[in-house]
Design a protein around this ligand. Structure first.
Ligand SMILES: *Cc1c(COP(=O)(O)O)cnc(C)c1O
Length: 370
């Protein structure tokens, strides 16, 4: 799956700062912890007050904008990016279609805080949204592959129908990153990403971003941040900038590891079921091949029961027991512990950057012992 266009784009992302540098400037962006800037006379210049603009955000947003090929606004977490899209685009009386099998907190935010303001939410499983009627919605929200079920929806087909019906299409692209899937190129209007996961990649920071090509939409999101005060810290922005610079290396290793592991896991006698969009047995494999640049780093793995799943996770030396995913260390968790509609023995495996054969040997040993 070579992508010369995306290779060029990531190289430009890495060298984004060059054009603004003069002799003696630091190569890495400075962390600027300013609440206020020197501002005599009439207000002028890009930096006037810390809630409005910050040079460390500018460095990160410039790099992300290059990668997304779109306008980008960073926010202090993935949920803050999702909230920004809701609050900046929705009015009383609007209807929204959310995935019933997507990130739980997105639905919880909608029900707890937006439904009481008169926004109506309906849900649809990711695998069925292609056939769902889309008339009358203001927003159609996609998360593909869904998490943890890893069902796939056709972004281009949904965007075509949603636009004909007058709706905006939002894609939560957290699991794939802009390197694994390009929703804006497939017709989506807005992308949200929890950069907490693979983009930052080191399990040490929360941050999110919104990307859009429509300048009016991105200005509305930027205004939301400025008025709501929901702003990232400069140190957090710097950490994510640093993480982003190795995203291409890490994501390539993670996806290659996951592709190899998924095939081997599917053959293991102690594994009941493996779900991975890169396996030919996945119900939407051909759509995944067309739509995704890589198949991602998440694998759904069903073992005999709860006990087997816990023994497996506890029996690995190179798999961290943790929620969240996308980090450079492989991690796993039994999703039924959060109430997801999955079997008790279902494990979500987030494949990391460990050398492949060492990781497989460790996982195989834990599976053999079940
Ligand atoms: C983690 C996650 C979020 C929320 O991100 P936070 O940084 O934890 O707020 C949103 N969507 C998806 C798909 C996620 O995995």
């Amino acid at each position: 799956m070579a992508s010369p266009d995306l290779d060029e784009r990531f190289a430009r992302t890495l060298h984004h700062r060059n054009a603004s540098l003069a002799a003696g400037d630091p190569l890495a962006p400075p962390i600027v912890p300013a609440s206020a800037y020197w501002l005599p006379g009439d207000p002028a210049g890009e930096y006037q007050y810390g809630r409005w603009t910050n040079p460390t955000w500018t460095a990160l947003e410039g790099a992300l904008a290059e990668l997304e090929d779109a306008g980008v606004v960073t926010l202090p977490s993935g949920m803050a990016a999702i909230a920004a899209v809701f609050y900046a685009t929705l009015r009383q009386g609007d209807r929204v279609l959310l995935p019933s099998d997507g990130y739980y907190t997105t639905r919880a935010l909608a029900e707890k805080f937006l439904a009481p303001l008169g926004v109506q939410f309906e849900t649809c499983p990711t695998a069925e949204v292609e056939r769902a009627p889309l008339d009358g919605y203001r927003l159609v929200w996609l998360e593909t592959p869904s998490n943890p079920g890893l069902d796939v929806a056709d972004i281009a087909a949904v965007a075509l129908r949603a636009h004909a019906a007058g709706a905006l299409v939002v894609v939560d692209n957290t699991t794939m990153t802009p390197l694994g899937q390009r929703p804006l190129e497939l017709g989506a209007d807005l992308v949200v990403s929890a950069d907490t996961k693979a983009v930052a990649g080191h399990s040490d920071v929360l941050l999110g971003h919104v990307a859009a090509r429509d300048t009016g939409l991105i200005a509305q999101i930027r205004d939301w941040r400025r008025y709501a005060g929901c702003i990232p810290g400069p140190f957090e922005a710097w950490l994510v900038h640093r993480g982003l610079e190795t995203l291409e290396l890490r994501f390539d290793r993670m996806c290659s590891n996951a592709e190899a592991l998924a095939a081997r896991l599917a053959e293991h006698p102690n594994v009941r079921r493996v779900v991975y969009p890169g396996l030919a047995a996945h119900p939407a494999h051909s759509l995944a091949r067309r739509q995704m640049r890589r198949f991602g780093a998440l694998i759904g793995l069903t073992l005999a029961d709860r006990h087997a799943a816990e023994r497996f996770i506890g029996g690995c030396r190179f798999v961290r027991p943790a929620t969240s995913f996308g980090g450079l260390h492989t991690s796993a968790e039994r999703r039924a512990r959060w109430g997801d509609a999955v079997p008790e023995g279902f494990v979500r495996l987030s494949v990391g950057c460990e050398p492949r054969e060492a990781l497989w040997a460790d996982i195989k040993t834990a599976l053999d012992r079940l």
